[in-house]
Design a protein around this ligand. Structure first.
Ligand code: SR1
Ligand code: MG
Length: 402
C-alpha cells in the first residue's frame, strides 16, 4: 500500500512501469507534470520507443488554484474514476479508457488523448468540429437519461445517489456560481473597468431572485448523475472525435446544469470572437457556426433523450400522462438557459475565468467582451423561465447589446 502523498515525476514513472503489460518491460519512460487546471496534478508518461503513453491524474487535498487554505476531499478522485467508468459503459467512444484507479493515492491512470486538443483552445483558434454537436448531445442524452428516474431502476437510483455525494465540489459550485458573483466576496476576481457592471449584479434584486431559483435547483433537484463541470476545457476534440474528461464534480443534480454548462462556454467563445477572429466576415461566420452548434446540441439532445424515453422509459405515468413529456423537456430547456446565464456571469466576475475572454490582450476589447458576456448571461437568467424554444434562447444571445 502506498500512503497518500503528492507524487513527483519519478514516482509517477515507477507506478506507470508497474501497470500490467501496458509498457514493454524495461521501457525507458519519461514523465512531465502538465496539470494546468485548478485542482489536480496531471502526469504525462511516454515511452518514445514504443510510442505508448498514458495520463495519471492525482487529486491534491486542496484547491491548487487557491492553495492549502482551501482544503478539498480526495474522495473526488473516486467519484471521478467511478463516473468515467460508468460513462465508459454508456458512451464508450466519448470518454477516455480508465486503466486503473488507486484509492490510496487518489490517482486515476487513463488513456492519453494528446492527439486531441482541448476544445476551448480549438475554438479560440477558429477550428470547427462538425461532429461535436452530435457527439455531445449523445453523451448528455445517454448519461443523463440512464441515470434519471425515467431510465433506471428508481430504487437502485436512490442507492446510487450515495456513491456520488460530493459535498466539497458541490460547495465550490454553490459559492462560485450561485453566490459570490452577487455579493462582495474575496473569491471574486473583477477587473476595475467593469466594477460598475459587477455592482449592478450585487444590487439587482430581480436578478438575484432568478439566481436563487436556479441555486435551489442545484441544491435540491437530484434528477440525474451529472458531469457537473461540462465546459469546453473538460472536452478533448478532433474534427472527428470528442472525449469528455474531468467529471470530478459529478453528483446527482438538475439535468439542465450540464446542458447549460456547454451552452455557456460556447457563448463565451462567441463573445470572445471579437478578438479571436480579426476579420468581420470571418467573425460573423464563426459566430453563426457557434450558434448553430448550440441549436444542434439542444435539438440533438431533445431527439435522443425522447427516443431513449420511448424505448427504455421505466416510469409509467411519466410516459403516458398527456403533455408531461413536453412539460419535462421545456423545463429542461429553461433550466439549461438559466444555468448557462449563471455560468457566463461567474466566468466574468467570479474566481475562475476563461481564456476565451481573459486571453484578449487589448484592454478595451476585453472590457467590451466582458460587458457583453454579462449582458447575455443576465438576459438568460432573467428570461429563463419564459423560454419555450431553442430559437428563443438564441434570440436572447443576439439581442442584448453591451
Ligand atoms: C476552485 S475550482 C474553480 C473552478 O474550476 C473548475 O473547473 C470548476 O469550474 C470550478 O468552479
Ligand atoms: Mg476540471
Amino acid at each position: 500500500m502506498n500512503a497518500y502523498h503528492p507524487l513527483n515525476e519519478g514516482e509517477a514513472i515507477v507506478i506507470a512501469s508497474d501497470l500490467d503489460g501496458f509498457f514493454p518491460s524495461g521501457a525507458s519512460l519519461r514523465c512531465r507534470e502538465i496539470g494546468d487546471g485548478n485542482l489536480n496534478l496531471v502526469f504525462h508518461i511516454i515511452d518514445d520507443a514504443s510510442g505508448k503513453s498514458l495520463i495519471m491524474k492525482q487529486a491534491l487535498p486542496y484547491a491548487k488554484v487557491v492553495g492549502e487554505s482551501w482544503p478539498l476531499s480526495l474522495d473526488r478522485a473516486r467519484i471521478e474514476s467511478q463516473k468515467l467508468m460508468l460513462d465508459g459503459k454508456l458512451v464508450p467512444e466519448l470518454v477516455p479508457i480508465v486503466h486503473r484507479y488507486d484509492a490510496d493515492l487518489a490517482l486515476t491512470i487513463m488513456e492519453d488523448l494528446s492527439d486531441h486538443v482541448i476544445m476551448r483552445q480549438g475554438l479560440m483558434n477558429g477550428a470547427r468540429y462538425p461532429h461535436f454537436a452530435d457527439h455531445i448531445s449523445t453523451y448528455m442524452a445517454r448519461t443523463l437519461f440512464f441515470t434519471s428516474d425515467l431510465g433506471c431502476n428508481q430504487q437502485e437510483k436512490k442507492l446510487a445517489v450515495g456513491d456520488y455525494i460530493n459535498p466539497d465540489l458541490c460547495k465550490i459550485t454553490e459559492d462560485l456560481i450561485f453566490d459570490d458573483p452577487y455579493t462582495v466576496s474575496s473569491n471574486n476576481n473583477i477587473e476595475a473597468a467593469i466594477e460598475d457592471a459587477a455592482a449592478l449584479l450585487r444590487s439587482d434584486g430581480e436578478l438575484q431572485m432568478e439566481v436563487a431559483i436556479l441555486r435551489d435547483k442545484f441544491l435540491t433537484k437530484g434528477e440525474a448523475l451529472l458531469h457537473g463541470d461540462l465546459h469546453t476545457g473538460s472536452i478533448f476534440v478532433t474534427p472527428d472525435s470528442t472525449k469528455v474528461i474531468d467529471p470530478e464534480f459529478a453528483y446527482y443534480g438538475p439535468i439542465g446544469f450540464d446542458i447549460g454548462a456547454i451552452i455557456a462556454n460556447l457563448l463565451l467563445n462567441y463573445v470572445g470572437q471579437e478578438h479571436w477572429s480579426s476579420e468581420e466576415s470571418v467573425r460573423a461566420e464563426y459566430r453563426g457556426y457557434l450558434l448553430n452548434t448550440v441549436r444542434d446540441i439542444w435539438n440533438g439532445f431533445q431527439d435522443k433523450f425522447t427516443a431513449l424515453w420511448d424505448e427504455h422509459g421505466v416510469d409509467r405515468l411519466a410516459s403516458t400522462a398527456p403533455g408531461y413529456r413536453d412539460y419535462y423537456m421545456t423545463t429542461l430547456l429553461r433550466d439549461a438557459a438559466g444555468f448557462a446565464g449563471c455560468k457566463m456571469v461567474r466566468r466574468i466576475v467570479g474566481l475562475a475565468h476563461v481564456a476565451d475572454i481573459d486571453g484578449i490582450s487589448d484592454d478595451v476589447t476585453r472590457e467590451r467582451c466582458q460587458r457583453q458576456a454579462l449582458a447575455i448571461g443576465t438576459a438568460l437568467i432573467r428570461g429563463h423561465r419564459n423560454i419555450s424554444s431553442i430559437e428563443q434562447l438564441i434570440d436572447s444571445v443576439t439581442a442584448p447589446v453591451a
